[in-house]
Design a protein around this ligand. Structure first.
Ligand SMILES: [Zn+2]
Ligand SMILES: [Zn+2]
Length: 73
């Protein structure tokens, strides 16, 4: 899979269906389409707390920071 020119794509490039994250890898996330099972890569958003890729394609804290936030509540 070509990771050289990854674009911020959150909808399936094949059928425009919604994707869900199957595998975060460094600053990218691999998505799979709910409709046709097509897989593609997109950019991960940056965690606002630790400034690292959060492993999701939507804004929000990464998993470790999310659990820290929950403990503080
Ligand atoms: Zn699709
Ligand atoms: Zn974080």
């Amino acid at each position: 899979m070509n990771i050289q020119n990854v674009k911020p794509v959150t909808k399936c490039p094949r059928c425009k269906g919604d994707g869900f994250v199957i595998a975060p890898r460094e600053n990218l996330v691999m998505l799979e389409c709910e409709e046709c099972a097509h897989m593609w890569l997109t950019h991960s958003k940056i965690c606002p707390d630790c400034k690292q890729p959060n492993g999701y394609f939507v804004d929000g804290p990464c998993r470790p920071c999310y659990s820290v936030r929950k403990q503080l509540l």
